[in-house]
Design a protein around this ligand. Structure first.
Ligand SMILES: CC(C)(COP(=O)(O)OP(=O)(O)OC[C@H]1O[C@@H](n2cnc3c(N)ncnc32)[C@H](O)[C@@H]1OP(=O)(O)O)[C@@H](O)C(=O)NCCC(=O)NCCS
Length: 252
């Protein structure tokens, strides 16, 4: 098996050398190592306080929005960026797969929503915990053919109405800095920025810093994730101390 793996790697290097030449392979490998060694991503965090969002826009003609049951997941397979591979894990984690379908059950827009948490690579085990009445929204996308038909903003409106009726306080989302369409979409849908997160990867280490923090949800995210490496070390130590106390049965 090890031999098969080595053969695969050698084959890939040979193919890359034929395509890009030796210096090309070295350049690509160097870029990969640099990316692995040090990578920074910047995201805006947004919050829509449900009591303050504008009235929902009507769904485009012939479209309906709802939470897709797990057994219908194939209907969402054509959507870009809905993290199809993670769907099973996300349903199991209590995620809601919001999808807009046309009359022929073709999906035009989809996004995930998680009451009380949100997937986050720099978070503890890939998640950030949110207050229980806050819903994390992640991985929204419209099919190229349905863009600018107001389908995304209309679904965000349906979600806001639904979660208001279910007693939730707000929705939060993060977007890559520089993604103008989603920046405009969320601003129009009544979301306000509550923090700027810089995620840093150094080799196997990953951590986050927060600036421009606004309001209680921004503060909760910063408390859970922010502070850079010292913050991460503090939180890890607190977690370890907590589990040690649990195991030894001592009160904290
Ligand atoms: C961001 C995205 C979901 C928007 O979907 P959409 O269905 O086209 O958006 P809507 O038609 O509902 O647009 C609603 C409002 O958002 C804003 N908006 C949407 N796309 C925009 C664009 N390309 N440029 C500027 N504003 C835009 C507009 O204000 C628009 O209202 P208007 O058309 O009345 O002016 C879509 O562009 C997309 O799938 N992008 C790729 C995936 C992605 O980046 N997802 C975000 C991950 S965090």
């Amino acid at each position: 098996m090890l031999l098969d793996g080595a053969r695969t790697v050698v084959g890939r290097v040979q193919r890359a050398r034929e395509t890009h030449g030796v210096s090309g392979v070295v350049r690509t490998a160097g870029a990969r190592v640099r990316q692995w060694a040090h990578r920074i991503e910047e995201h805006h965090w947004w919050e829509a306080v449900l009591a303050d969002v504008p009235q929902a826009r009507p769904m485009p003609e012939g479209m309906t929005a709802g939470r897709l049951p797990r057994e219908d997941i194939d209907k969402a397979a054509s959507l870009p960026m809905v993290n199809f591979a993670a769907a099973g894990e996300r349903y199991a984690a209590g995620g809601h797969n919001w999808v807009a379908l046309d009359e022929t059950d073709r999906a035009a827009f989809g996004t995930w929503a998680f009451p009380g948490k949100v997937p986050l690579r720099v978070g503890h085990r890939g998640w950030a915990t949110l207050p229980a009445d806050v819903v994390g929204v992640e991985d929204g996308a419209t099919t190229p053919a349905a863009r600018r038909t107001n389908v995304a903003i209309a679904v965000l409106g349906v979600m806001a109405d639904t979660y208001t009726a279910e007693g939730m306080r707000s929705l939060v989302a993060k977007t890559a800095v520089g993604n103008r369409p989603v920046y405009m979409l969320l601003s129009r849908a009544g979301y306000r920025r509550v923090g700027l997160m810089r995620s840093v990867w150094i080799g196997p280490l990953r951590f986050a810093t927060f600036t421009d923090v606004e309001g209680p949800v921004g503060a909760a995210l910063e408390a859970e994730l922010g502070g850079g490496l010292p913050g991460k070390a503090r939180r890890t130590a607190a977690r370890l101390a907590g589990s040690l106390r649990q195991r030894t049965g001592r009160a904290g």
